[in-house]
Design a protein around this ligand. Structure first.
Ligand code: ACO
Ligand code: OAA
Length: 376
């Protein structure tokens, strides 16, 4: 038998072009439509960045105003979606809830089969507007709290925090949250985006692509890692002496051959381009909530992981503690990632459809040789 080379996990294999973002591990940079993500995080709102990712250009004042008006008008949750969310068990993982809610929205939308670029953009913008209501409400219902109606005098991030906590959020918190949304929005052919593109390539619909992408994001090797980071912090435990406990925890986790969540990356091998910006936001939140012990654990674990394995943090490492400080429940962290990445997923669905080829790679068979059912 001749040995045929295979590319396990498609590692290092380019499978298509994209004009949406450029991940460059050599220069440790990430560009959205040509703009460095750090500049966008410093100077733009998440709404502007979403517009950029979908349209390819930053919006003019009039374009932004029209998009913001659309987004604010579509924030509410219809009765049917709310009723179905209410029927799901309170123990259901929030990723399962958000996946189901997107599926319900798709099943109820008469436009689902219409796949013109205009119809898909409209669906993408409506999903973008509705996801905060779903994610916020799911966290609240687990605490026995009612749905909080959106406020159309607030921008996307301020309203997201308002709908989750039912209190007017402080500006510093809104800014840190907005930065996290911008950083999470897009990252080329990661596993969930590739899933969305595979689904789109069969000429299925945009909601199916997003539903599948949510399933792919849930896993701890991908988006589920932001939640898993906080499980590690919980295992390390609160209180004084966090740095020593973090190092001891790491030693035993590595001895048990556990993967340390929030570290490592398929593409970046010298650190994730988004981490310094997210870490700044996290440090602002540590100061804002006066929780220096959390930063102590963060720094100790990062340093020990560098010394023991020479593996650097990815975006999920600073994002997890940031969301924890803001008051989000740990299982809500990955749905926050969904609310942001829906922009990237839907931009990729539209890009895939604009120049589609069915995605269908080959496999190399290594099962038993041909054989025959014995004659009876
Ligand atoms: C937003 C995002 O989705 S970013 C990714 C979030 N995921 C995580 O944080 C999960 C933890 N990280 C990992 O599991 C990995 O680093 C991945 C899945 C992200 C990337 O994996 P790959 O590119 O396939 O790297 P691979 O798994 O081959 O790692 C190479 C070596 O580093 C080790 N390694 C990589 N990451 C880690 C980690 N987080 N903890 C411990 N060891 C690790 C591997 O065990 C492997 O060691 P070996 O050669 O002795 O077997
Ligand atoms: O690119 C990846 O493989 C994972 C990642 O960082 C992301 O999706 O943001």
């Amino acid at each position: 038998m001749t040995e045929q080379e295979i590319f396990k996990g498609l590692a290092g294999v380019p499978v298509d072009y994209t004009a949406i973002s450029k991940v460059n591990p050599e220069s440790n940079s990430l560009l959205y439509r040509g703009y460095p993500v750090q500049e966008l995080a410093a100077q733009c709102t998440f709404e502007e960045v979403a517009y950029l990712l979908w349209h390819g250009e930053l919006p003019s004042d009039a374009e932004l105003a029209a998009f913001e008006e659309f987004e604010r008008r579509h924030r509410g949750l219809d009765h049917q979606t709310k009723r179905i969310v209410d029927e799901l068990p309170l123990e259901a993982h929030p990723m399962d809830v958000v996946r189901t809610a997107v599926s319900v929205i798709g099943a109820s939308d008469p436009e689902t089969p219409v796949d013109t670029p205009e119809a898909n953009l409209d669906k993408a913008m409506r999903l973008f507007a509705k996801l905060p209501s779903i994610v916020a409400y799911d966290q609240r219902r687990r605490h026995g709290l009612e749905f909080v109606e959106p406020r159309d005098d607030l921008g996307y991030s301020a309203n997201f925090l308002w709908q989750t906590f039912g209190e007017a959020p402080e500006l510093a918190v809104v800014n840190a949250f907005d930065v996290s949304m911008i950083l999470y929005a897009e990252h080329s052919f990661n596993a969930s985006t590739f899933t969305a593109r595979v689904i789109a390539s069969t000429l299925s619909d945009l909601y199916s692509a997003v539903t599948g992408a949510i399933g792919a994001l849930k896993g701890p090797l991908h988006g589920g890692a932001n939640e898993a980071v906080m499980h590690a912090f919980a295992e390390i435990g609160p209180g004084e002496g966090g740095a020593e406990r973090a190092v001891a925890w790491l030693e035993s986790a590595l001895a048990e051959k556990r993967k340390i969540m929030g570290f490592g990356h398929r593409v970046y091998k010298n650190g994730d381009s988004r981490v310094p910006t997210m870490r700044d936001a996290m440090e602002r939140m540590v100061e804002h909530y006066d929780r220096p012990e959390l930063l102590e654990v963060y720094v100790a674990l990062e340093q020990a992981m560098g010394e023991r394995k020479n593996i650097k943090p990815n975006l999920d490492y600073p994002a997890g503690p940031t969301y924890h400080l803001m008051g989000f429940d740990t299982p809500t962290f990955t749905p926050l990632f969904v609310a942001s990445r829906v922009v990237g997923w839907t931009a990729h669905v539209m890009e895939q459809l604009a120049s589609n080829a069915l995605i269908r790679p080959l496999s190399v068979y290594n099962g038993v040789d041909e054989r025959h059912v014995p004659a009876k």
